[in-house]
Design a protein around this ligand. Structure first.
Ligand code: ADP
Ligand code: GLC
Length: 479
């Protein structure tokens, strides 16, 4: 099975969240199952810097009037063949793949990702003489959302198109007038096509034209059919129900493994947790917290946004710290500036009890999961969530809301603590329960940890499910 995977993020070349981790680990698992997978992403500076053995593979001519080349190389670690769409004027900028350094969306995102979609579709259709034709084009999130349509409109033989929704809150909506600039004919810009409340929606385009649709957990697949989570797209998703399936993400169990992790102070396993105490002491030290082996150390490791209930965590934290004089709190993340500032301010009010790092570092994320006792992971909605699975693998018990992939990965009192409502009270009382449980009985806490660490979150099984989606008989035209 030849698969071209198109995504705006692939770890470690470009990452702002879980999308990058999935788009590196899933292809690796598919490759282990015998698939011939190639990756495609825009040539950001970070991607050009990180790509192994880069070389110019093709001149893509002009894509929507922008000169483009294809750079070929290998993904570090896995060695997977990777192509970068190189348009210096669009992608070589400081900032993230989507925003400038001040946090504002790039004003030309429609063109930036429109060009990416044209590149993906034309490569998938074999237009550049690369000597490799995929049977499946697997697109991820709105950034690759126009590619299925662009493939579908081609005459003759074409690959099957699969689109995965990682987060329906991000839809890629732009003025309808940009359609012409993006090479889209007027007939697809109506309500039966890509139009969504007077805008051109990349996400709707994907939901409308991809042969098969998937999302990243079974619960989120169900939730997407409701107005609360579908944001107006629930009707279209329901109409595509026969082509739509939820497949729970896995995690890279080699990269996230306390028994072999090179980032952490002392390695450990579920059967010998001694090293975790050393990791905790190191985390307390790095975070400027008191060295207290018995203090419950709560971690928060998500984007600081309302999706992640970071606002509510911030609101409740002073109370929690006041009520639990030994509790410590460590945070690694970035996001809304007011929330960032709020957490930073708390450090002054509770000296020695908080380690706040606004920003992100892969090494610190590993140390955080290894050193903490509890991961606080609210979420108003959570398509899958990877952080809770990383935490569990390191024996750090998650406190999560019963929503999306969190509901599908954490079982209350077996390997974590689950609450129902997206309210400050519900979050606080679940956190209370976890603290009580931590304080009360070390043996039963250890049993929960061991249970969490032994959960099987490997990619093998989900990758097999993706292969089934790729192989579905009604997928695409002649193959
Ligand atoms: P989401 O993708 O919605 O943020 P996930 O739980 O799926 O949530 O993925 C979180 C991943 O993103 C983790 O691997 C975490 O290490 C990483 N991450 C969190 N914050 C940042 C950030 N500011 N920059 C880059 N990666 C981050
Ligand atoms: C999105 C979602 C997150 C999911 C990730 C990978 O970023 O917000 O829940 O885990 O994609 O699929």
């Amino acid at each position: 099975m030849r698969v071209l995977l198109a995504s705006a993020e692939v770890f470690p070349l470009a990452k702002t969240g879980g999308l990058a981790d999935v788009c590196a680990a899933l292809p690796r698992a598919l490759h282990s199952l015998g698939a011939d997978v190639r990756l495609l992403l825009p040539a950001y500076e970070s991607a050009l810097d990180g790509l192994r053995a880069p070389r110019i593979a093709a001149d893509l001519g002009s894509l929507l009037g922008v000169p483009a080349r294809l750079v070929a190389g290998e993904l570090p670690d896995s060695g997977l063949p990777t192509w970068l769409v190189d348009c210096p004027s669009l992608y070589r900028r400081a900032g993230t793949p989507y925003q400038d350094p001040q946090g504002a969306d790039w004003p030309d995102n429609a063109l930036r990702f429109g060009v990416f979609c044209h590149a993906a579709a034309r490569i998938a259709l074999g237009e550049f003489g690369l000597g490799w034709l995929p049977q499946v084009l697997h697109c991820h999130d709105w950034h690759a959302g126009l590619a299925p349509y662009l493939v579908t409109r081609a005459h003759g033989k074409r690959p099957c198109t699969v689109f995965t929704i990682h987060n329906a809150a991000f839809q890629g909506c732009f003025p309808l007038e940009s359609g012409e600039r993006l090479g889209l004919p007027a007939e697809v810009l109506g309500v039966d096509g890509m139009e969504f409340y007077g805008k051109l929606s990349f996400l709707k385009a994907a939901l409308r034209y991809a042969d098969r649709l998937t999302t990243v957990s079974r619960s989120y697949a169900r939730e997407l059919l409701t107005p609360e989570f579908g944001y107006g797209l629930e009707g279209l998703i329901a109409a595509r129900a026969a082509d739509f399936i939820g497949i729970l993400n896995g995690i890279d169990t080699e990269l996230w493994n306390p028994a072999t992790d090179a980032y952490i102070a002392r390695r450990y396993t579920a059967d010998d947790l001694d090293g975790k105490a050393v990791c905790k002491a190191e985390l307390q030290n790095l975070g400027g917290m008191a060295q207290d082996a018995g203090a419950p150390l709560v971690a928060f490791a998500s984007r600081l946004t309302s999706q992640k209930m970071a606002d509510i965590a911030l609101e409740r934290l002073p109370n929690m710290l006041a009520q639990h004089p030994r509790m410590q709190f460590v945070l690694l993340g970035s996001g809304e500036h007011a929330i960032e500032a709020g957490f930073s301010d708390l450090t002054r009010r509770f000296p020695g009890r908080l380690g706040i790092h606004i920003g992100y570092s892969e090494a610190e994320e590993h140390r955080l999961h290894a050193g903490a006792d509890i991961l606080l992971h609210g979420s108003r909605f959570e398509p899958c969530g990877l952080a809770q699975m990383y935490a569990m693998r390191y024996g750090t018990l998650p406190v999560v809301r019963r929503v999306g992939g969190l509901a599908d990965t954490v079982t209350d009192r077996e390997d974590g603590f689950v609450f129902e409502e997206a309210s400050p009270q519900a979050m606080a009382s679940a956190l209370e329960r976890s603290l009580d449980s931590y304080d009360a009985q070390p043996e039963s806490w250890r049993a929960l940890q061991q249970h969490a660490m032994k959960r099987d979150f490997a990619w093998d099984r989900p990758a097999l499910e993706y292969l089934e989606v790729y192989a579905a008989r009604d997928c695409g035209a002649a193959r």
